[in-house]
Design a protein around this ligand. Structure first.
Ligand code: ADP
Ligand code: ZN
Ligand code: MG
Length: 486
């Protein structure tokens, strides 16, 4: 049996909590980690007779998302009630959208190195979040808990669902899709997109089919994928599990499965509800939204330059490689930092190298982002200018940079305080070179006998004696001159 007999087919449903000031249908403030049930009212607690009022800002944000995902924005869109009972939802229905969602038929392109995957966006719709159940007990698991409490602070938070076509082919592509989507949403400034806090949540649908076949196989849906890593791992496990079943001619059962990150496996949660179980019907308490063409156009105009365009511009205007441009544009914080650097320093490639190299390495280690670090773009640029002018060597610059990163000081003060200025004074260096030659007759002799490589050792000695501050180019010149003279 060949490895590639089957291909996996994946479609993702992403939920995003918008960062509006207030909830979707009432004036309660959005909050996180606050005293339980502090931000609630008769609407988000589902009291009989209370009426929802639509949050205009949420519609604006949702429209921005739909447009950025190349969707068609319907000029008339309505809300539906999705009926089901669960204790975290006091109305016993969720206000959502059904057959007339806000946006339809978009796409998002994913660069996979060797190829580009275009992922169709089926729909972008608006709904409201539920409350949070907290299962008391040490493990926090429902099965081991004697009682649960419910916190409605989150209930009614504006939520956007972004559904893809089953266009994704591998767990790796799925991960890349969510990373690219998250970055795009961060550019739009409509949510904090925190997977940890649950502002961005992903459900993954996956099925298998024989390569070359066009019909879809039976799918399972994986829940609880609250990091990029878990998304990929959960899908990898599920692909393996389904493949095994098919190889044994056993059917895949359509079900919802829970990803367990302790064992890296998925477990059956429930057999999947059919859509009609929800008894969708139009929400009678909200009027249809008529999307004014001019309003939509203006929202479109408010969208900033997005990562894909930005990356192309960096390649075209700054001459960056596709990889470097993708790195600079691929994170909204890095992009804005990079743009600021270009205002005070004109060698884009050098800036990019520093950001991708020492800067990212330190930032990762210290768990801060580049743009939130203490190194200001001005200080980084000033340091780069000092390397260019020979004031410090690029080796010493690494030390200077670390100090900038830890303290936020400017490079000038650090160099002054620590005496790190590069020695480019020939007279001073000549003395050191002569001393080193005198102290190391062996290697000096080898050089003169034709073993030119021996100069490396001697230069190393000069660098050590000057604690790395000697201008290496100058040392090389002086050393060569002295050795050949004698
Ligand atoms: P459901 O009614 O179960 O929610 P939908 O048709 O709404 O299913 O699709 C939900 C998600 O699952 C979408 O992203 C879609 O692309 C994906 N999907 C649908 N059918 C399949 C399948 N057979 N294999 C993989 N993904 C699928
Ligand atoms: Zn409320
Ligand atoms: Mg669905």
């Amino acid at each position: 049996m060949t490895e590639n007999k089957y291909e996996s087919v994946i479609g993702l449903e992403t939920h995003l909590e918008l960062s509006t000031r207030t909830k979707m249908f009432c004036g309660c403030m959005l909050s996180f980690g606050e005293e339980k049930n502090k931000y609630t009212c008769e609407v988000c607690l589902g009291h009989p007779g209370s009426l929802p009022v639509l949050n205009k800002k949420a519609v604006e944000y949702a429209t921005k998302i739909a447009l950025a995902l190349n969707c068609h924005v319907n000029d008339r869109t309505i809300f539906h009630r999705k009926n089901y009972f669960y204790p975290d939802m006091p109305k016993n229905y969720q206000i959502s959208q059904y057959d007339l969602p806000l946006g339809v038929g978009g796409h998002l392109d994913i660069e996979m190195g060797q190829y580009t995957r275009r992922v169709g966006i089926t729909r972008v719709h608006m709904e409201e979040d539920t409350g949070k159940l907290i299962h008391l007990g040490t493990t926090g698991r429902i099965s081991e808990s004697e009682s649960s409490i419910v916190d409605f602070n989150r209930a009614g938070t504006p939520l956007i669902e972004i559904v893809t076509e089953p266009d994704i082919r591998t767990p790796e592509e799925a991960r890349e899709y969510v990373e690219v989507l998250r970055n795009l949403l961060l550019y739009l400034d409509v949510s904090n997109c925190s997977m940890e806090e649950g502002s961005l949540r992903c459900d993954a649908n996956v099925s298998m089919r024989l390569v070359g076949e066009s019909a879809l196989g039976t799918k399972t849906e994986i829940k609880n994928l609250n990091s990029f890593k878990f998304l990929q791992k959960g899908l990898e496990y599920e692909v393996k599990r389904q493949k095994k079943l098919l190889d044994l001619s056993k059917p895949v059962i359509q079900q919802t499965r829970h990803y367990d990150n302790n064992s890296d496996t998925t477990k059956a949660l429930r057999s999947k509800e059919e859509a009609h179980d929800y008894r969708y019907f139009p929400e009678p308490d909200l009027v249809p939204i008529l999307m004014d063409a001019e309003v939509v156009e203006n929202i479109g105009k408010s969208i900033p330059e997005l990562p894909a365009e930005k990356s192309k511009r960096y390649q075209k205007d700054l001459g960056l490689t596709p990889y470097d441009a993708g790195f600079m544009a691929g994170d909204v914080g890095i992009a804005s930092y990079f743009d600021k650097c270009l205002k005070c320093y004109d060698n884009a490639k050098t800036v990019a190298n520093w950001i991708m190299g020492d800067f990212s390495a330190l930032a990762n280690k210290k768990k801060v982002t580049v743009d939130e670090s203490k190194v200001t773009p001005e200080n980084l640029c000033n340091m780069l200018k000092m390397i260019d002018s020979g004031k410090i060597s690029s080796k010493i610059a690494k030390t200077v940079f670390e100090e900038m990163f830890d303290t936020g000081s400017d490079p000038e003060s650090i160099i002054g305080e620590k005496g790190l200025e590069q020695i480019s004074d020939s007279g001073e260096l000549e003395d050191v070179v002569e001393q080193v030659i005198a102290d190391n007759p062996g290697p000096a002799g080898q050089y003169r006998e034709g073993k030119k490589k021996a100069i490396g050792f001697l230069i190393g000695q000069v660098m050590a004696k000057t604690r790395g501050k000697a201008n290496p180019k100058l040392v090389n010149e002086i050393m060569t001159k002295k050795l050949e003279q004698e």
